[in-house]
Ligand binder design. Sequence first.
Ligand code: HPA
Length: 280
Amino acid sequence: MTTTETANQVKTAVQAIRQQTQYQPTVGLVLGSGLSELANSIQNPDIIHYESIPGWPQSTVVGHSGRLVIGTLEGKTVLVQQGRAHYYEGYNMEQITLPVRVMNAMGIKTLVVTNAAGGINASFNPGDLMLITDHINFLGMAGLNPLRGPNDDSIGPRFMDMIGTYDLGLRKLAKETAVANNFTLQEGTYAYVAGPSFETPAELRFLRAVGADAVGMSTVPTVVTARHADMQIMGISSITNKAVPDPEPGTVLDHEEVLETGKLIIPKLTALLRGVLQQL
Ligand code: HPA
């Protein structure tokens, strides 16, 4: 698409949203697999179904609802993307990143992204939260970067610095919140792979060797696009399973496990988000 076509698509989506809400959100929150329930904490919500927004990608994955929930949480006006589309569903990078481009066009400057991820770091356990400090964009490094194609200079530069992508100030707030609420917050590097198959033992040995602490199938295209627009970004992985090359005999990883563990993490994740929002 040309930059004009993309900008028009974003504009159309923004108009469709504005017709359904009077709120002016300042924070965007993307909820990953099994984390949908968190949107129930939003007060006085306007609910906007994805079908009512032209061009908005629908998630076909169990555990992802297809709605925007816009309302208040801890006094901040938040737009919650309850369910996301993934590359493995057949969407292209442009489609996957429409939501974050729309958030930016609406004036949202702070983005919180969440996901379900496998814990590669041997000290991580299912049920842990990991603050994302950095990422490895395997798809992007291989050519599938959402910024490929004509650059819209009105949004950000062609060649973009990725150092400091995961905002230090927000990370500090998250860590303080975890201490105040008495839970452990792991930190580490998130490796983005395409999926939908989970990793082989050889792939997990490779990911471990290159310094990944967690692995998942989402989030990074959104983060790259948000960074281009100079948004402040915080990323949280809910570690739903161990992703190690030598699992206990008989363990089988499936999406059900990812969803079940995701649910158990919700109270902790809710406390974390509330704590951060309070201090923004
Ligand atoms: N691998 C990739 N993506 C995931 C995993 C995993 O082990 N768990 C949840 N999402």
